[in-house]
Ligand binder design. Structure first.
Ligand code: HEC
Length: 160
């Protein structure tokens, strides 16, 4: 009986380790909608890459807000892009449609030197079980890499 429990525990650990190894070190950022809302942008039809067309809200956790202020990001600083489809709501108005993706950057300088000290992950449709990033964040980083002088971020400390 005892052995069976030990085996179950060992299997559980193995499963957890496999999940960790596969998750780029990023947990789904529960509660991000209560974080600091840094800005909203709209990528209109015609924007490249086409997949990024939509309304996107950028959120920063407390450590990320502090990092924007000081220029130094502590491990755990996190940004989220919450992207939605948009639709014509009539009367020259756009409304927010279905969620496309929740994209995340988490600071962990020692673990991710090849992607600027940031871990990248994206959750399709905002589903915690649908992870998109399979290459350790290399493809994500291609667009962020040119912004080395701003900690590889598009976000700046210029919003109230
Ligand atoms: C085609 C270029 C491109 C690629 C590829 C890209 N990003 Fe970005 N990313 C941007 C732009 C542009 C912004 C600024 C968006 C805004 O201002 O609304 C941004 C902003 C962000 C932010 C907010 C922090 C910041 O830099 O301001 C996060 C988080 C983010 N991206 C995550 C990701 C993830 C995760 C991936 C890969 C799944 C990814 N990005 C791939 C262009 C890109």
């Amino acid at each position: 009986m005892k052995n069976r429990h030990l085996l179950a525990a060992a299997l559980g650990l193995a499963a957890a380790w496999t999940a960790l190894a596969d998750d780029n070190g990023i947990a789904f950022p529960s509660g991000y909608r209560t974080w600091f809302h840094h800005r909203t942008t709209v990528n209109m039809t015609g924007h490249q890459p086409e997949g990024n067309v939509g309304i996107q809200h950028v959120y920063a956790n407390a450590a990320a807000v502090e990092g924007l202020r000081t220029g130094e990001f502590a491990d755990g600083a996190t940004f989220v892009v919450d992207r939605f489809h948009y639709q014509d709501a009539g009367n020259s108005s756009l409304s927010q449609g279905a969620r496309k993706v929740v994209a995340v950057m988490v600071r962990n300088a020692a673990l991710h030197p090849e992607t600027g000290g940031w871990a990248f992950e994206a959750f399709k449709g905002g589903d915690p079980n649908q992870r998109v990033v399979k290459d350790g964040g290399k493809a994500c980083f291609t667009c962020h890499a040119p912004y080395a002088d701003n900690n590889y971020l598009f976000s700046k400390n210029d919003k109230p």
